[in-house]
Design a protein around this ligand. Sequence first.
Ligand code: ADE
Ligand code: ZN
Length: 337
Amino acid sequence: MGMIENFIAGIPKAELHLHIEGTFEPELMFEIARRNNLQLKYNSIEDLKLAYNFNNLQEFLDIYYSGADVLLEEQDFYDLTWAYLQKIHSQNVLHTEIFFDPQTHSLRGVPFSKVITGIHRALEDGQTKLGISSRLILSILRHLSEESAFQTIDDALEYKSWITAIGLDSSEKGHPPSKFQRIFEKVLEEGFLTVAHAGEEGPPEYVWEALNLLQVSRIDHGNRSLEDHTLVTELAMRKIPLTVCPLSNLKLKVVNDMTIHPLAEMLDKGLMATVNSDDPAYFGGYVNENYLAVAYALNLSKEQIVQLATNSFIASFLEEKKKLLMIEKVQHYYLSE
Ligand code: ADE
Ligand code: ZN
């Protein structure tokens, strides 16, 4: 390993933008399909991986949802989540905030209770066996109706203490945050925090809507915010975190080349940017590979890596005392390296 690789591998960090269904590695997908007596559309792991060639968000989502279709039992959700936790444990991720998409499963007849119990049980084991703290974010599929979203929130209320925030994901174009204004008003009243994917493929106007109508604590992606100077000023002034996903952006052609990825510009403009993996099984890397890709392509300094790791804790939903402890760990690592 080179110097910067070692530095990235060892630095304590949090992950804040991770879809648990996006951690479904082909090997586990075939294993779970087999034990559930389901047939995948692909004959082999190699065939499946050949399909991981996306021109945009929608082409990815079609494959991502079909992969998730083999998840049926509580144990499937446990195994999926546990595999992810073991992986990030090896990458010095100390805290993770994961999205799950209950509608992907409830529409196939898999009850909400099985999905959340499997994930939650693995997260508890992540804390006790690996020392990884976590938060769970329920994400609403924006291509579906407001009615379906209300049903999902109803299901979630029974498990309120396991869920920290409500998010918004899936096909962005044509599905603005305003479509879910009433949903987010309800969940804010219920005491949930809110986040939303915005400005990945959609225009800066969608980021404004996420801020003003959904009262989000963070923007997921947010790349296209840079097209609007007033918006950049607002995000910087309010220290609204952006959960940026470099390898995802490259694979979904949100950016055409990593050397022109906007992360460096975001940091230069004083934005609270963080580095995350989004759907690591599909985009070719977990969080460390994402740090490394931008470090190489944008020639990031050690100090910028430290800034990104520090931001990951500042931007997290950890309690303030724990945040400070984690930030001290990052500083200690920096000074000892
Ligand atoms: N669901 C999983 N990954 C996503 C992404 N990058 N954008 C929108 N929805 C998603
Ligand atoms: Zn995402």
